[in-house]
Design a protein around this ligand. Structure first.
Ligand code: ZN
Length: 213
């Protein structure tokens, strides 16, 4: 696949490889920790890498615990749109919010924290869930001359999907490394994510095609 030969403006975006999204965590993604060896290998082959970290204050409004009578994985309308409710997770300063200790991306140039406003969730690395409040990542990448994102991490059907869609909307090229992601798959979210990724023009590829699996 000649189109995936590494280019100067390539960056590996590693999404939310944190304890709470790994087995044993409060919002465990099945097999979430299985992406880590692959991400580590991928990271060796990229000159640039960025990590995102879900980073919520206590009592975040995406937590089901904040809405009496509601349970995790239900959806409810919040002022900015429909929100899936989650178990409490990735609370600032707690062990669950830490990156998994096996994650080894020493060349990561930026750690982007998201979801730090109590009133609004932020799946995407680019915009909070109103899809209008920017995180600043687009400006960072543009100033750095980084135009093609290779995305890996957790979870494919939420933070990876939304990051990929926003990146495409902002004019970045996007490659999602499918076997370096795992999904939550609630209420058909995985099938919807695959469709959305194809529709937005993101490439979905196995790590094998990148020559470093
Ligand atoms: Zn979160």
């Amino acid at each position: 696949m000649a189109g995936l030969m590494r280019q100067a403006g390539d960056v590996l975006l590693v999404v939310d490889v944190q304890y709470d999204f790994c087995p044993g965590g409060s919002l465990a993604v099945t097999g979430g920790d299985e992406v880590i060896p692959l991400v580590n290998r991928l990271a060796q082959s990229f000159a640039h890498a960025v990590l995102t970290q879900d980073w919520h204050p206590r009592g975040h409004l995406s937590f089901a615990s904040q809405h009496p009578g509601r349970k995790p994985f239900e959806t409810m309308p919040l002022p900015y749109g429909m929100q899936t409710l989650w178990p409490d997770h990735c609370v600032q300063g707690t062990p669950g919010a830490e990156f998994h200790k096996a994650l080894d991306v020493p060349r990561a140039e930026l750690v982007l924290r998201k979801g730090f406003r109590r009133e609004i969730d932020s799946y995407s690395a680019f915009f909070e869930n109103d899809r209008a409040t920017p995180t600043g990542l687009a400006g960072y990448l543009r100033e750095r001359g980084l135009g093609r994102l290779f995305i890996a991490g957790l979870a494919l059907d939420f933070c990876v999907r939304w990051s990929a869609e926003d990146a495409r909307r902002l004019g970045f090229e996007v490659v999602v490394i499918e076997d370096a992601c795992r999904a939550i798959d609630t209420g058909g979210s995985l099938a919807a994510a695959r469709t959305a990724l194809v529709d937005c023009g993101a490439k979905l590829v196995p790590s094998l095609t990148l020559g470093c699996a």
